[in-house]
Design a protein around this ligand. Structure first.
Ligand code: SAH
Length: 258
């Protein structure tokens, strides 16, 4: 039997044109695609009709397959000689547990390759008119997860996260946005620091709100933003109006399209 292989592939944040050429090739050549919830429908549509799809998707509190089950599934599929694409939103190695899957495959002696993708921090900000760095506004970027606060994994050293020259990007931060803003301000972040939340970034359903950090949780609630939403805090957010180039579908046609 031919030796199988697992490709850990980043699908990018949503716009199918942000897939890499390599990602598209391995998707077209795959026998099986094991999908993440975060992969957009437009990207799913690129999977050839005859290819087996398995939904391993995760939603907060609603895991379809546990991580160990996904690891075992990838292992079994590869051991049966299949070319497996493990398709993940954004980049597989940024808050995507791709490295845990890779670790499992490496330990099991299974061949794997990693195909990087555009991570939400890069894709969603670009489509929201927010540069991650800009001379005079930010010379450092930091990616953190809000989810870790919820499950008690991480208690951040808040004063260390307060740096007026750093753009702070928060993944999975919607559920803990109140606590996050309070903790940052408590540690010395100016309450009027520009902040943004971007929902469904890079897609026709993208919505962006901006506000002073102290106001952001309330603004996000009023706008009823839902997951996936990326939070960005830093002076660079002040450029969003000037660099606002992306035209998502107007809100009234969005509900029809959904
Ligand atoms: N591996 C992914 C991140 C997975 S964590 C990546 O590299 O992008 C999931 C979080 O990513 C979401 O809660 C949200 O904060 C962010 N995210 C991913 N895609 C997004 C999108 N299209 N719009 C807004 N946020 C997104």
């Amino acid at each position: 039997m031919a030796e199988g292989c697992v490709y850990l592939v980043g699908a990018g944040p949503g716009d199918p044109e942000l897939l890499t050429v390599k990602a598209l090739r391995v998707i077209r050549e795959a026998d099986v695609v094991v999908m993440d919830r975060l992969v957009s429908h437009d990207i799913e549509a690129l999977i050839p009709a005859g290819t087996t799809r398995i939904f391993a998707g995760k939603e907060a509190g609603k895991h379809h397959l546990r991580q160990e089950e996904i690891n075992d599934l990838l292992q079994r599929l590869a051991q049966s000689g299949r070319r497996v694409v493990r398709l993940k939103g954004g980049d597989p190695l940024v808050f995507g547990r791709g490295s845990e899957e890779a670790e499992h495959l490496a330990r099991s002696g299974i061949r794997f390759e990693v195909v990087p993708g555009i991570t939400a921090a890069a894709g969603c900000t670009a489509y929201a008119g927010i540069p991650l760095t800009h001379r005079g506004l930010a010379n450092t970027v930091r990616f953190i997860t809000g989810h870790a606060m919820d499950n008690g994994d991480i208690e951040y050293d808040w004063p260390k996260l307060v740096d007026p020259d750093c753009t702070l990007v928060i993944y999975m931060g919607l559920g803990t946005l109140d606590r996050l803003a309070t903790a940052l301000i408590g540690a010395g972040m100016p309450p009027d620091m520009p902040a943004a939340a971007i929902q469904h970034g890079t897609t026709a359903h993208q919505r962006r709100v901006t506000a002073a950090l102290a106001e952001l949780p309330q603004v996000v609630r009023s706008a009823r933003l839902a997951s996936p939403t990326l939070v960005v805090i830093g002076k660079v957010v002040g450029m969003a109006e000037t660099l606002d180039w992306f035209q998502p579908m107007p809100a009234d046609t969005q509900s029809v399209a959904l």
